[in-house]
Write a protein that binds this ligand. Sequence first.
Ligand SMILES: C[S@@+](CC[C@H](N)C(=O)[O-])C[C@H]1O[C@@H](n2cnc3c(N)ncnc32)[C@H](O)[C@@H]1O
Ligand code: SF4
Ligand code: SF4
Length: 319
Amino acid sequence: MENFKRKYFDYNSQMLYAIKGLEFMLFRRGGVTLLKRKNEFIEKYYKYLQKEFDENKNLVLPKLDFIITTRCTLRCKDCSSMIPKYSHHIELSFEDFKRDIDVILNNVIELSLINFSGGEPLLNKDLSKMIDYAASKQKVGMIKIITNGTLIPNDELICAVKKHNDKVFFFISNYSVNPDLKPKLKTQEIIELLSKNNIKYQMIKDFTWFEEKEMQKQKLNCKDDDSSGVDKYIKQMYENCILSACLGVFNHRLHTCPKASHGEQLGIFYDKDAIDLTDLKDDDSGFKEKFIEFYKKDFYEPCRYCIRSNKEVMPAKQL
Ligand SMILES: C[S@@+](CC[C@H](N)C(=O)[O-])C[C@H]1O[C@@H](n2cnc3c(N)ncnc32)[C@H](O)[C@@H]1O
Ligand code: SF4
Ligand code: SF4
């Protein structure tokens, strides 16, 4: 339980601080998280998480990614989701999404931020419906649509986002630092369209990418007599991994990160640590127990197949 508490209360209070700060910045709503009083606010969120968990038996999820398609308009060499490796694509329908989000929302009291990701989420024809459904849920704080900036949002999407423009925003991955992508990027047009419709967006100036190494087909296995040494190494790698905070749902399974989601889907490994949402009914209290078991792990099965690198690379370099 010690590990669960450290991860759930410590990491998540910091994540809530960042999310609530963004919420205030974009929508002028929620707790104002002043930089000067950072520790005070983190403590406040820590107490909130603790009170809900210990006294009221409630879970708060700060952030969850929903991978809604594996299709994409780009083929990035270092894509952290390994999208160029797909030969057969997976596209989630609104019904698929509804089933998963219902299970999650019936088992948490707050989901502060949903990320719609992919592949390129704008390629999913049900995105508007998904947004409308999720944004109408009181437990959902904000919704972020992560796009590569190559597609102009259609009227239906603009309409759905506009309807909920107090909680939905776009994150445009800033690939303009890559000169090769210039002909494909429609960033300026997208920004003009969003601004005209009073839709918020975020685009980070200094966008950093890290090298992505191939996941290994053979797991970093522990010989029976050497398990602790190998496990210590993997635990350390997981602790330093920026993707470890990117919990995501893909194809009805909750995984620790996009590499876990896509690695399993691509048949590199079976993620025995994932939570299968189809095993749960939407009012199933078993989620909480499964989530605690999931969350308290030192690292996850996919980490055994993973190699991390901290080498900076050109964002979205194409294959
Ligand atoms: C997998 S993409 C999916 C959304 C969309 N296709 C896009 O590229 O924005 C989600 C986010 O992961 C980021 N990303 C992908 N590979 C990365 C890498 N190697 N290093 C840092 N960020 C990466 C992308 O820039 C994007 O913001
Ligand atoms: S990072 Fe590149 S390849 Fe990967 S999903 Fe985004 S745009 Fe597509
Ligand atoms: S599998 Fe583990 S080490 Fe690899 S990216 Fe995911 S969390 Fe990080």
